[in-house]
Design a protein around this ligand. Sequence first.
Ligand SMILES: [Zn+2]
Length: 463
Amino acid sequence: MRSPRRPATAAALAAPLAAVLAGGCAPAARPSGAPAAATPAPSAAAPTASTTLTADETRMRDAVRAHYDASIDLLARAVDIPSGTHNLAGVRRVGDLFATELQQLGFRTRWVDAPAGMRRAGHLVAEHPGQGARLLLIGHLDTVFEGDDQKWVRQDTIARGAGTGDMKGGDVAMVLALRALKEAGQLERMHVTVIMTGDEEAPGQPIAAARTTLTDLARASDVALAFEGGSRSQISVTRRGSSSWTLEVKARQAHSAGVFSEGAGYGAIYEGARVIDEFRRTLSGQPGLTFNVGLVGGGTAAATDTSLTRITSEGKTNIIAPTFVARGDLRFLREAQKDSTRAAMRAIVARPLNGATSTITFTDGYPAMPATDAGARLVAAFDGTSRALGYGAVQAQDASSRGAGDVSFVAPFIPGMDGLGVSGRGAHSPQESVSLPSLRMAAERAAVLMSRLSREWPRRPAS
Ligand SMILES: [Zn+2]
């Protein structure tokens, strides 16, 4: 079993490019429409992990610095447009703001509406056709909170406000990096596609339909870079997948005096408790696997409302409860781990206590982004870039320490790396803030990395 944590080492840094080309690196074409079982990374390619800057790269760095103050102003404008996921007009306005910026850099932009009835704003897509590896850059426009009373407040090098870190700051870092590439004369030749989703924090359902645009773009790209919040020394190339489950138990209703008897049985709550406790005893402790129980209810009646976050239940102490319901999540490192865990959970559910019947249903959320050799090469490339810019070494972050993200949806198609965005505090809280110097660092590292990947990451043959 692979460790989810793959620190970049000198050994992981790049075989010489000549050897790469001699070795051949084209992945086998797969039938159109069929996702690969694992990330179909070219096997031998490794971008230069040079720890010195070329003259062009120095120009990129200087261009980032020249536009740093203007980018802070752009971030302030973006943060001052409230764009909670359910504020469809606000999300669209933030999309328009970034579309204008990208158009100025030569991108062709379009707005992709969410499917009718999904009640989401849709996504911004911007395309810049060119040569070299096809880069897919991922951001999002929505915020967790509505943001009406979380406007931009700057205090020296810190700025507070909804989306400062997650992830309008990352979006601005992406745009600033592209501007630097343009000023250094590099963007002209490059093939770059940008998607900024409008519902990352509360994806529309069904989630596969809400992410069709993203997965379609991934199929037409070679490598993905996502600009969620990051840190100076860590980057993500593995993320756990997430899904949810619902346990429903039915049992005989009877007088409590008869509980445990052959005729009355144990009731639904004892059966629900048995199942949940057996999950914990038999399945906990596996590396990378967690399954939290988030919500339970039981009694003479127990029903989940349409939000799936509230269970209304009632009952009496002298009645053997006929109903029980529980909801939880399931996070995993690989799809195979998800499948085997679900099979084990179903087997536990299939052995109910006397008088009860249990059923469990699973709902897919985010796919897993497993450890791959291509991911390790991305870390090595980013590590070299960071060192060249004077920001020091970067290592892969443990998948277990991050939540799920949009980058996970590209994992079945192309290698991806997340955490290229800004650093801050209080993500998903009303105290969200960003460290402004991290915007400059993020943009410098992204610009140089994109330039290197564009030249050296292999383009997949058309399938
Ligand atoms: Zn985010």
